[in-house]
Design a protein around this ligand. Structure first.
Ligand SMILES: Nc1ncnc2c1ncn2[C@@H]1O[C@H](COP(=O)(O)OP(=O)(O)OP(=O)(O)O)[C@@H](O)[C@H]1O
Length: 662
C-alpha cells in the first residue's frame, strides 16, 4: 500500500520557485529566534537545489558520503543541516517522486532542533521523518524511528528505503518476531525503524545479558563506537542510543508511558499452585453478587469483597494444591476474577487468537501483539477463557517508555494531534511542541454533532446518513470504538442492502487492500480505530469533484486525539472532505466521565424520552475531557512513583532497570 511514484530521471524537472512560505511563516509554539533559524535553513536548502539537481545518482551518493566524513570528523550536525536536507529532498524527488514541501523542510529543521512537531494528519510525516533521520545518521551512531506498531514500522521503512538507498544509507526494521541476529543487523543499520516496545525490550535484554556476563559498562548506552559489538554469539543487539524520532509522539510518550515494559524471570516453583488458583477463581467468580458479596467503586473500578463475600471465599471448595495459598491472596484472586468477569469483554478489550489473549489497543484499534495487562489481570483473563495461564513469574527487568526515551542523547517527535498534550510533553520530556502549517489550506468540513437517546437510534440515524452519501457515490468511512460494534453496524448495513467492507483487527490480512479501496467512488468502509494513523486513503479526481470522502465517528473515544485521527482520514493534502460526530446517551464515555450512577441516569433519560438530544453534545464532550484529565492524573502518579523508586534505588546502589523487585 505504500504509495510511491515512478522513479524520475536523474536531472529532469523544472526547478520550483523560491520558497513560498519563508517570509511571514507562523509556527505557534516556537520562539522567534527558532523560526528565523528554520526559515534560514529553508532558504539555504532552496539555494542548494539547482546544484543538487545537476548531480547524477553517483554524485548524489558521493556528496552524501562526504557529508558523513565531515560529520564524523567533528563538524556539528546542525551546521550540515542545509546540505543534508538538500540531498534528501533531491533523493525524495528522484526515488519516490515526492519532493519535500517547504513546510516539511521547516518541520525537519524543528525536529533536528529537538522539538515535537504537530503536523496535521495526511501532511506527510513519513516523508518529513527522513530529514532528521538522515542528518543524525551521519554521526554513524544510528538513528531510530519509533512507531506504535510493527505494521507502521515495516510500512514506513519499506516506503522510505529508496531515498536512503540513493544516499548510500542502510535501513533496518526491528519487528516483534525478529531474531537476535536480525535485530543486531537492524540496529547496525544507519537508520532503524521499530516500535518503542521493541526498542525498550532490546535495551532490557541487552542489559540483562551484560550483567550475566559481568561486563556491564557504564558507557554502553552512551557514546561508544558502532563497531564495538561484532555479530554472533551472545552479544547485545543494540549499539548506542543517539537519536530517537518518536512518531505519534503523544501516543507513545504519553499513553504508552503508562505501561512499563517488563521482562519476567523464570524459575518460580509455585507455578502449578498459582495456575490452579487463577483457574479456581475464574470458575467461582460468577457466584459473587454485587453489593452482597462485593462492592465496585465507580471512579477507580476497584472491586472489594464484603464480609459476606469473604465468608463465601472461605467456604468454597479448593484443590489440594491450593492449601498453602494464604487467605488474603485468595481474596485478591477472587476480586481480580470478578473484575475481569465484569469489565474485560472478549472482542472489545481483547481477542482470543491461537489460544492466546491478544489485547486490542483502545487507542489504535490494532492488536497489541505481545503486550500484557499487569497485576495478574492478563492471567485472570486467560483462566476465564480456559486457555493456558501464562504465570507471572516476578520481574527480571523493567523500564518505562519515559525512561527509555529520556536515555537518548537527542529526542524529537511528530504527531498529528499534540497540542492538547503539549504542556505534559514539555513537562516530562522538556520538548517544545511546534505547530507546522499545512502545505495547502485544509478543506475539511465539520458537520454539526448529533446525539441520540440510545445506541440503536444512533445507529439507525447513521445508516440513514450513509445511505444519503452513498446515493451521491461519495465514499464513506465509519469509525467504531470496538470490534463488536463494527460487527453490529456491518449487520445493519447488510440488512439495508448496502455493500461495504469491514476493517478491524480480525482482518489484518486484507487491510492494505481495504484501505486502498476506501476512497473509491461509492465505497462504504466500517472500521475500528485501526483506520487511524497509517491509513493513507487516496482519492481520485472523480471523487474529489463530488466532495471527497465523508467520515462518520460513531462514538467519542477516551482521548479526543483518537477521534481526530479518524477524522484525519478525509481532507488529506488539501482534498475536500467532511465529517460528523455521533453520540448517544448510553455511550461508554459517560460512564468513564461521570461515574456509573450519573451514566445510568442519562441512559434512562435516553430510553424514556424521544430524542434527538443534539443539544447534549457539550455534556458528552465534557465527559471526554474528564476522562482525559483522569488519565493525565494517573500518568503523573506513575511518573512520581517511578521517580521516587529510582531515587531510592540509586541511593542504595542498585541498577534501576534490573533490580526491580515489586
Ligand atoms: N512532499 C510530498 N510530495 C508528494 N506527496 C506527498 C508529499 N508529502 C506527503 N505526500 C503524500 O501525502 C500522503 C500522506 O502522507 P503520510 O501518510 O506520511 O501522512 P501522515 O502525516 O503520516 O498522516 P497520518 O497521520 O494521517 O498517517 C501520502 O499519500 C504521501 O504520498
Amino acid at each position: 500500500m505504500a504509495p510511491g511514484g515512478d522513479a524520475i530521471p536523474e536531472s529532469s524537472g523544472k526547478l520550483p520557485s523560491r520558497p513560498r512560505i519563508a517570509a511571514g511563516l507562523r509556527l505557534p509554539g516556537a520562539s522567534a529566534v527558532r523560526v528565523r533559524r528554520w526559515t534560514a535553513t529553508l532558504r539555504e536548502v532552496a539555494n542548494l537545489e539547482p546544484q543538487t539537481r545537476r548531480f547524477n545518482n553517483e554524485e548524489l551518493r558521493k556528496a552524501s558520503l562526504s557529508l558523513r566524513f565531515r560529520a564524523m570528523s567533528g563538524e556539528p550536525l546542525l551546521k550540515l543541516m542545509p546540505e543534508a536536507f538538500a540531498l534528501v529532498r533531491e533523493a525524495g524527488r528522484r526515488a519516490l517522486n515526492m519532493r519535500h514541501f517547504d513546510v516539511q523542510i521547516v518541520g525537519g529543521a524543528a525536529l533536528c532542533d529537538g522539538c515535537i512537531t504537530e503536523m496535521q494528519t495526511g501532511e506527510g510525516k513519513t516523508l518529513t521523518a527522513t530529514l532528521p533521520l538522515y542528518l543524525h545518521s551521519l554521526a554513524n551512531k544510528g538513528a531510530h524511528l519509533a512507531t506504535v506498531n510493527d505494521y507502521l514500522a515495516e510500512r514506513d521503512a519499506q516506503w522510505m528505503e529508496p531515498i536512503y538507498q540513493l544516499l548510500g544509507l542502510t535501513v533496518g526494521v526491528v519487528l516483534t518476531d525478529s531474531t537476535p541476529d536480525q535485530r543486531r543487523k537492524a540496529y547496525g543499520s544507519d537508520v532503524t525503524y521499530g516500535t518503542a516496545k521493541e526498542f525498550g525490550f532490546d535495551f532490557l535484554r541487552d542489559r540483562l545479558l551484560l550483567r550475566a556476563q559481568g561486563r556491564m559498562q557504564s558507557d554502553f548506552l552512551g557514546e561508544g563506537s558502532s563497531e564495538r559489538w561484532s555479530s554472533g554469539g551472545d552479544e547485545p543487539v543494540q549499539r548506542t542510543m543517539h537519536f530517537a524520532l518518536v512518531d505519534e509522539a503523544d501516543s507513545i510518550l504519553i499513553d504508552e508511558a503508562r505501561t512499563p515494559l517488563i521482562i519476567g524471570s523464570l524459575g518460580d516453583e509455585s507455578r502449578e499452585m498459582v495456575i490452579a488458583t487463577f483457574r479456581w477463581a475464574a470458575e467461582q467468580a460468577e457466584r459473587f453478587e454485587r453489593e452482597e458479596h462485593y462492592t465496585l467503586e465507580n471512579e477507580t473500578r476497584k472491586v472489594e469483597l464484603t464480609g459476606r463475600g469473604r465468608s463465601l471465599v472461605r467456604a468454597l471448595p479448593r484443590e489440594d494444591i491450593m492449601r498453602v495459598v494464604p487467605l488474603v491472596d485468595l481474596y485478591d484472586y477472587i476480586e481480580r476474577a470478578i473484575k475481569v468477569h465484569g469489565e474485560f469483554i472478549r472482542d472489545r478489550q481483547y481477542v482470543v487468537r491461537d489460544d492466546e489473549i491478544v489485547i486490542v489497543d483502545e487507542f489504535t484499534g490494532r492488536l497489541a501483539e505481545g503486550r500484557k495487562w499487569r497485576d495478574g489481570i492478563h492471567q485472570a483473563i486467560e483462566a476465564k477463557e480456559k486457555i493456558e495461564v501464562s504465570v507471572p513469574t516476578g520481574q527480571a527487568a523493567r523500564i518505562t517508555v519515559q525512561d527509555l526515551f529520556q536515555r537518548y542523547r537527542h529526542l524529537a517527535g511528530m504527531t498529528g494531534t499534540a497540542s492538547t498534550s503539549s504542556p505534559e510533553l514539555a513537562k516530562i520530556y522538556k520538548t517544545p511542541v511546534v505547530i507546522v502549517p499545512t502545505n495547502r489550506p485544509p478543506r475539511r468540513v465539520r458537520l454539526p454533532d448529533r446525539v441520540f437517546g440510545t445506541m440503536e437510534q444512533k445507529f439507525e440515524a447513521i445508516i440513514e446518513e450513509i445511505k444519503q452519501y452513498h446515493e451521491q457515490q461519495r465514499p464513506v468511512l465509519i469509525g467504531t470504538r470496538s470490534i463488536d460494534k463494527s460487527m453490529i453496524l456491518s449487520k445493519m448495513l447488510e440488512n439495508s442492502g448496502i455493500k461495504h467492507d469491514v476493517l478491524n483487527a480480525n482482518q489484518v490480512e486484507r487491510e492494505a487492500e481495504i484501505v486502498a479501496e476506501a476512497g473509491k467512488k461509492g465505497r462504504v468502509t466500517v472500521a475500528t480505530n485501526m483506520a487511524g494513523r497509517g491509513t493513507d486513503v487516496k482519492l481520485d479526481q472523480e471523487v474529489r469533484d463530488i466532495g471527497g470522502m465523508h467520515v462518520i465517528c460513531t462514538e467519542l473515544h477516551d482521548a479526543a486525539r483518537i477521534d481526530r485521527q479518524l477524522i484525519g482520514r478525509c481532507g488529506r493534502q488539501g482534498d475536500p472532505g467532511s465529517y460528523r460526530q455521533y453520540m448517544s446517551l448510553d455511550d461508554d464515555i459517560l460512564r468513564g466521565g461521570y461515574g456509573n450512577r450519573r451514566a445510568e441516569q442519562l441512559a434512562e433519560t435516553g430510553r424514556a424520552r424521544n430524542g434527538p438530544f443534539h443539544r447534549m453534545a457539550t455534556l458528552v464532550r465534557r465527559a471526554q475531557r474528564r476522562v482525559e484529565r483522569k488519565h493525565f492524573r494517573d500518568r503523573m502518579m506513575l511518573l512520581h512513583h517511578e521517580r521516587e523508586r529510582t531515587k531510592l534505588q540509586r541511593e542504595i546502589g542498585q541498577d534501576t532497570y534490573l533490580d526491580t523487585a515489586e
